[in-house]
Design a protein around this ligand. Sequence first.
Ligand code: GLC
Length: 704
Amino acid sequence: MIYQLVYGTPDVDSESVINKRKVAVLKPFNDEFYKIDGIFEDVEITNNSEELVVKRKVLEKGMAFGFGDKVGSFNRWGKKYVFWNTDNYTHHPDADPLYKSFPFYIFIAKNFKYGVFTDYPGFLEIDLDSEGKQEVVFKIKGTGFIQYIIIGKTIKDILKQYLYLTGKNTAFPKWAFGYQQSRWSYFTEKQVLEVANSFRKKKIPCDVIYLDIDYMDSYKVFTWDKKNFKNHKKMIQKLHDKGFKISAIIDPGIKVEKNYKVFEEGKNRYFLKEPNGEDFEGAVWPGRVRFPDFRARKVRKWWSKKIKDLHSEGIDGFWNDMNEISIFATEKDIKEIKDLVNNIKLEDGIDLAIKSGTIGEIGKRDRGNDIVHLDGTIHYKVKNTYGFNMIRSAYDGFEKNERRMLITRSAYSGVQRYGGVWTGDNHSWWEHISLEMNRLMSLSLVGVFYNGCDVGGFNGNATAELLVRFMQFGSFIPMFRNHSALGTKNQEPWSFGKKYEELMRKIIEYRYRLIPYIYTEYMIGVMKDFPLLSPLFFNFESDERTFLVDDQFMLGRNIIVCPVYKPGLNKRVVYLPKRALDLNKKVFLSKGWHEVEAPLEEIPHFLVDGSIMPTQKVMSYVDEKESDITAIVSAYNDKAIGYYYEDDGISNNYKKGMYNLYKIVYEKNKIEVKKIRENYLHTKKLWNFKIYTKHHIKEIKMKI
Ligand code: GLC
């Protein structure tokens, strides 16, 4: 059940909710106060020309999960959060706001579970009882907002309804589940090819190579560096011939430069404006830049044509960055800094600290007032949808029936309709392995199923041990991409010598073995609205203990992953909500807490009892060749069920039902294959079932 609540007079459309979705319009119990019996009751509303604040009593104690990749504790209750997309690159536990705004959380109490989606694209604050009085407060700097209360029996059901409202996930191509290598930057086409060749020579599987900003000429988007990427077409061809896909970074800041085509076309037509009507200017990588107004349809159309051209040159995917919008400074900022510095003396002491702390991006909330959209909307009111509209425009640069590989750093609710996200500039810190676990689970809970983080850590220098543990974790998340920053230690799998190279090859190989399982779970999830990566409670919500486990997660519905996120450890404690097969030791562990071995070469992970995991042979890249299937059957009591999905992996024909889905039932020595759908070219494969039961291990071979 979805209730719509309207506060004040909303004057901007966030574009997050799909048109004409059926919702129940809740009636206020007096002029503007709302309540739902047993759940909540508004107690105070302040509405003046500047802001609208709703204070609400929450009638039952509980926990809250969601908000996407914010930092801090996984259970969001007890803290205040700001939604104001910002390039905030040091992810310490209090860093807020960050790049994205997903103002949706799921509240879990004893008698009720419900989702709260506060759909407002401008400055928004949500205080989840930071004062400990059982009160939540929603504050916007604007005239009104719409909120949706989603009531469901289960968390799965709440998420499904949220996706009904904001749209289904677009399916990524199958190759997007292979290993991906990135770095800021591979500076020349020679370097790019060397990295790619090393993967093939060293027999380390890899599907995607990334091009960071240095492929461009002076950071001018939609250009190529004429010296270092002189033969980029040949480079692309060579990469494709070897089975690689290429993803290129795209930044919104357009360099102000005479005769630069993109600038000339956009000038005085497509760019965000100053209040006086002139194009707004700021500084990003290229220096002085202007920013397309992606809110305007004509601008999206113009941009998507450029994406289309680059795509037809052979760039397979696009990595949309700096779209919060990240602005290093404006002329006004520089003037302010100068004024500040002019008057600063060392004698100023604390005052000096306060003044110097106001310089920089994070504090620049007022900047939204200086920018005006082409339709006259003040940027302040819609800032959080800038990245959303940028990736939306990139989405239109592809053929309708083609799957897109699009990720964005900045986003708003509903972005899953166009692509996926990564968590921005993390660090090569141990703490960030556990942080990223929380963030990815939270992203899944706000409906973004293709999510990932910079594996190995972006800023700072990785150590060999950290990289191995980060890679182990990364090999079980939807987007397995290793990326690192300029000036940091290299993180390619061979960067720490032979011993570690071997370990990392094994990790990546294992990912490729799991592709049939991963792809099956992902595609069923896309169709049925459940995430590929999820917290334990998503699948085991009747077990209260799962809500306290934030350092484990599930890949698909059947694998429980327990990464090691501290140095020097060779054991860790894990919680199993159900009996499961230890996939390292191949023994069953019962429901409950266990201390398990975790030497550097192993990441504890388990296959839930009663399930089947199809795996394939290692290959250099996804779908390099046909493979037999080895299915691991976790059948303590001689019973298990599994699924196998296949389609072309690149088109949207699955929407027309052009796929195969088999349900495989194992019971007492017999395998039964049920065709749920068989509507795609199917070549029979040899399946080797490795069956683990309480008594013995057995094998069954058959063609399916
Ligand atoms: C931003 C991105 C990062 C990229 C860098 C250079 O910091 O978050 O991933 O490498 O810009 O383009």
